[in-house]
Design a protein around this ligand. Structure first.
Ligand code: AMP
Length: 404
């Protein structure tokens, strides 16, 4: 199976292209974009199409507007930012497949960009509705999907629409290809030693990914809230820390499997505990064997940072998904930021997945040091779970037809 890039399909100059992007960016309470990485990462594909004088119609979603127009989820701030970044006009349609969008698409000239309104203003988008997909497909002789962040969803603009194009008229954009290639290489042929650093709140959200990664990595480091289910499985008191009692057996199985496979499995050896889940809590540093009753672990301690730093030192490939503590609160951010620095200063391939982890890396000031920071949290997790993503599967083609 193969996926074409925009270059493989030989897009004719002046063609109409429907480009699916993931411009689902975070906004503050005033509607300002607080992180435009997803827009920036889509620029290579957009510029390639501009260079080829294409008439570009872009579709994206933003938030969860529940199938109807809602000013709060308008793509207007995105149109503005995209226009600034490209230094080109970006025309914003008032609707998705309504009269305004259709009229503006019809009048589009070569090298002009039309951004449709939020695709999820139409309830048919999330239902993978083929009739809606057909209407979207009228915007482009070619279909390009560059929206990795939503490729794990069978939605009309990422799945149904791709079935309407033949192999010489559909492709993955450069960002989507990059995401696929990084994760594919990571899972199929990593340079060793390969270390996975997994954190975040719960085991349940990442159980499948942990299991799938276990026979691929050389070492696994566990931090964050999920570490306490493992510590409890080992028989330690974890006080009021986040624990999933129903997953204690699974946690035991994972540790046994790691032993069987010869995978080195590391848990925090000291914990920052607090008397409550709050910035103004009282805080103590304790070893993993001494978490007192009534206290909760909210970050890894300095000894764990030292230990994990040693573990990471000879790594040639590192995958990081999930913060080491409640990094959103200053008091409990140190473990995550220090692990970010530890990962950043290694010399191997460093791949970061998950929205929170990408945010933590940015706050730690380490983004530039990472080899690749994925733009899709849920999608990257599903890739790590070994699942086939509908948006990617729909782009797969068989054979090696040369597109004239
Ligand atoms: P996830 O979406 O599973 O990657 O989880 C990310 C969230 O886990 C972040 O919002 C962190 O605040 C939270 N988290 C990390 N460590 C802990 C912990 N020890 N206790 C509770 N929540 C945590």
């Amino acid at each position: 199976m193969k996926i074409n890039s925009p270059k493989d399909i030989n897009i004719k100059k002046g063609s109409r292209v429907f480009l699916r992007c993931d411009f689902n960016v975070p906004l503050d309470e005033f509607g300002n974009i607080t992180d435009d990485r997803r827009i920036k990462m889509a620029l290579p594909t957009i510029k390639y199409l501009l260079d080829n004088d294409c008439k570009i119609v872009i579709g994206s979603h933003l938030g969860r507007p529940k199938g109807e127009f809602n000013e709060k989820y308008s793509l207007a701030p995105v149109a503005k930012r995209l226009s600034h970044l490209l230094d080109e006009e970006v025309i914003l349609a008032k609707d998705v497949v309504g009269p305004d969008a259709k009229e503006k698409a019809k009048n589009l000239k070569d090298s002009q960009i039309l951004l449709l309104e939020n695709l999820r203003f139409d309830p048919r988008e999330t239902k993978d509705d083929i009739e809606f997909a057909k209407e979207l497909a009228e915007y482009g002789e070619y279909y390009i999907n560059d929206a990795f962040g939503v490729s794990h969803r069978a939605h009309a603009s990422v799945h149904a629409i791709a079935t309407l194009y033949d192999e010489c008229h559909k492709a993955a954009g450069f960002l989507l290809l990059k995401e696929i290639n990084f994760f594919y290489k990571l899972l199929k042929n990593p340079v060793r030693p390969f270390v996975a650093v997994v954190g975040g709140s719960k085991v349940s959200g990442k159980l499948q990914a942990l299991v799938n990664l276990l026979d691929k990595v050389d070492k696994m480091i566990i931090g964050g809230g999920m570490a306490f289910t493992f510590l409890k499985a080992l028989g330690y008191n974890v006080g009021n820390s986040l624990v999933e009692d129903d997953l204690i057996d699974e946690a035991k199985k994972i540790m046994e499997k790691a032993k069987e496979l010869g995978v080195k499995f590391y848990l925090p050896v000291d914990i920052v505990v607090a008397d409550k889940f709050s910035e103004d809590s009282i805080v103590k540093y304790v070893t993993y064997q001494e978490i007192p009753d009534g206290w909760m672990g909210l970050d890894i301690g300095p000894a764990s940072v030292r230990l994990f730093g040693e573990v990471l030192w000879d790594a040639q490939t590192i995958l990081w998904n999930g913060p080491m503590g409640v990094y959103e609160m200053d008091k409990f951010s140190r473990g995550t930021f220090k692990i970010s620095h530890e990962i950043a200063r290694t010399h191997g391939i460093k791949v970061v997945g998950g929205g929170d982890t990408a945010d933590a890396v940015a706050r730690a000031g380490d983004s530039e040091e990472m080899t690749f920071i994925s733009t899709g949290g849920g999608a990257s997790l599903e890739l790590l779970e070994g699942k086939k993503l509908p948006g990617i599967a729909a782009l797969e083609i068989s054979g090696d037809k040369i597109c004239a």
